[in-house]
Design a protein around this ligand. Structure first.
Ligand code: SAH
Ligand code: SF4
Ligand code: F3S
Length: 448
């Protein structure tokens, strides 16, 4: 019998990927994805716990489903992702209308848990084990084969979990120990995607630079730089990206790839988190401000036009005004093209949750505002450097103002273009207007 599935995904691309896997697993058991929550037989909330706000958002949505469950007792509600891993069975206490809580390494068991419920073997199911020897299943076999729209870019997971234990971060406890995916699986997935029309691939992991150094240890471990070269060699692939890197493991071998691999896009997301060495140490980040700046210089020596973006946390416990000034001055020195900045929030099972000297909410908000205001100015100044330049743009789709695309440096570009332009096409655009968050230009010539 056909059943209808509604999946709501919070958080990062890891979760997006897991949602896709669950969707495909369930498709084999008669579930059709894409239903509205009101029509669905099964609702899966795939949750994120990275900041307090993310978790609150999920709990308020889950709370609002209580009515729906009352109205339709046959509805099943499953909670997956990082909050599921973190809270386990406690979710049932707060939210008794939930049927399944499933952890981040257990999504493969979802059909089995549903079946147990259907057969009346239990009233509720939980599967939240985390195994440090977990082997990522060869899920490339499960890739969506008939998407509604042909996809022109995809993320390919290369590792799960994280061993860094930054003092503020839930990921090592919600995703488990760092585990690398076998090279053969990654390349098989990349080749499959490209054969289906994908033109851009982003290799994905919390800590991609240490790829290959963690389970399963291959007989001949492959470094991340080698993996990049192998993926870049997939015929038909036009663009290659990766995320996220940790500055401490950023090798010269990896930086050289930006000079050696034309498909590797000139954009690097390198989270710094803070500019003060005292704060970095408290955060348990294993690099100094000086080392970070050296890495930035070295990267630019290999690819002078590389666009850098970063993540910043303001108001980490103990952060003084002078510490925060160090973050501001680092921003002035590097002049990031863009950044994601967040107010620190305490998270369960993290060390910094127990640190004294919490920074006042008001002070955090002021610092965040100052940082973002200056970043916006710098982004605009940097975007103006594009004026008059002709850049390669990959078409993403249509917007109100015409065609929307993206440069290799990850800048969004709007321009007028013929209807024949399809997502994934590469065109040259001459930039004639620079805004804070995007560029505008004129189409020069295009190849298919
Ligand atoms: N693996 C990546 C980041 C993953 S989490 C890395 O190591 O850089 C994404 C971002 O969320 C982090 O870079 C950090 O800036 C932010 N973040 C993580 N925990 C946080 C917390 N407790 N409070 C505020 N921001 C947090
Ligand atoms: Fe979290 Fe740090 Fe791991 Fe990034 S490197 S996921 S911030 S513990
Ligand atoms: Fe959120 Fe978990 Fe990703 S906490 S950011 S969904 S790894």
């Amino acid at each position: 019998m056909t059943k209808h599935l509604h999946i709501k995904t919070f958080g990062c691309q890891m979760n997006e990927r897991d949602s896709e896997i669950m969707e495909q697993l369930l498709a084999q058991h008669g579930y059709i994805a894409g239903a509205d929550a009101e029509q669905a037989d099964l609702i899966i909330l795939n949750t994120c716990s990275i900041r307090a706000k993310a978790e609150q958002k999920f709990f308020s949505l889950l709370g609002s489903l209580r009515q729906e469950k009352r109205r339709r007792p046959g509805l099943r509600i499953a909670v997956a992702g990082c909050v599921a891993q973190q809270e386990g069975e406690r979710i049932f206490e707060r939210m008794p209308h939930v049927d399944i809580v499933i952890g981040t390494q257990q999504i493969w068991r979802l059909p089995e848990l549903l079946q147990r419920l259907e057969q009346g073997k239990s009233k509720r199911e939980t599967a939240c084990g985390l195994d440090k020897h977990f082997v990522i299943p060869p899920f490339q076999k499960l890739l969506r084969s008939t998407p509604a729209l042909p996809e022109f870019r995809k993320f390919v997971t290369i590792m799960q979990g994280c061993d860094n234990y930054c003092a503020y971060c839930v990921v090592p406890t919600t995703r488990g120990r760092e585990i690398s995916r076998p090279v053969a699986d990654i390349l098989e997935e990349a080749e499959l995607l490209v054969s289906r029309g994908v033109r851009e691939i982003t290799l994905l992991g919390q800590n991609v630079n240490s790829y290959g150094t963690t389970n399963p240890v291959a007989e001949q471990p492959v470094s991340f730089a080698e993996l990049l070269k192998m993926t870049a060699a997939v015929p038909g692939l036009r663009r290659l990206r990766f995320t996220t890197s940790n500055p401490q493991d950023l090798s010269t071998e990896l930086m050289q790839c930006f000079a050696a691999l034309p498909k590797l896009c000139p954009h690097f997301h390198l989270p710094v988190q803070a500019g003060s060495n005292t704060v970095l140490k408290q955060m348990h980040r294993k690099y100094t401000r000086e080392l970070y700046l050296e890495k930035v210089d070295e990267l630019r020596s290999f690819r002078p036009d590389i666009a850098l973006s970063t993540d910043v946390i303001v108001g980490f416990p103990g952060e003084t005004e002078a510490d925060f000034e160090q973050t501001m001055s680092l921003l002035e020195t590097v002049r990031f093209h863009g950044s994601f900045s967040f107010k620190y929030s305490d998270r369960p099972n993290t060390r910094s949750a127990a640190f004294p000297d919490k920074v006042d909410e008001q002070v955090k908000s002021e610092r965040l505002e100052r940082f973002q205001a200056r970043q916006d100015e710098i982004s605009l100044e940097r975007n103006r450097d594009f004026l008059g330049r002709s850049v390669e743009v990959m078409v993403e789709g249509r917007s109100e103002s015409g065609v929307q695309g993206r440069t290799g440096s990850n800048h969004i570009v709007h321009f007028a273009g013929p209807d024949a332009l399809q997502p994934g096409d590469l065109v040259m655009v001459t930039i004639n207007h620079a805004g804070q968050h995007s560029l505008k230009g004129e189409l020069a010539a295009h190849e298919k």
